[in-house]
Design a protein around this ligand. Sequence first.
Ligand code: SF4
Length: 183
Amino acid sequence: MEQIREFWEKSNLIYLTKKDVTAISRKTGKKAADIVDTLYDYDGCYVKIKDLGGKVILDLPVMKSKEDTTCIFYREGCTVYSVRPIACRLFPFRVEEETLSNGDILLSINYNPTCPGIGKGKKVDKRMLEKLVVDQFLQRTEDITPHVQRLKAAGAISAQARIFRTLPGRQANRSSNSKKKDD
Ligand code: SF4
């Protein structure tokens, strides 16, 4: 979808879970709407229905950006480091989701090749990395599921509905144009 592609281009792609937003909100006193950026106008619901229920868009929230797409909390370093989102703790790794033809979701771990820290420092703890990936996915699922269930119960989603995510999947090659995070 062209609209989603444009969203990727202007986004810092720092995906947020509700837990991330709550923790940052507590620390900074900012409201969720001042932290979160979404494809559609932010109203607290990350599921949007289009085409009379034929299209479900998971409007996954990302961190708001400055004009240059860097994070609003970056000022000579991270100003919310103790509560930085899972996506930041994962960096330079990032998670890509793909829905398979049988409905299963495949998670794969990719990385941002522009990170200047690659090849330096300690070797990554693979189990810790996998735990962060699973935590992020489970939190996101918990954030979305109640909305999907409510909309299904209300008959707003058709049985043949196609699902789109604002999270880049495997088909979209982001490695050349991903926005590098700022720390
Ligand atoms: S680690 Fe960087 S991108 Fe993440 S919240 Fe802090 S300043 Fe923002």
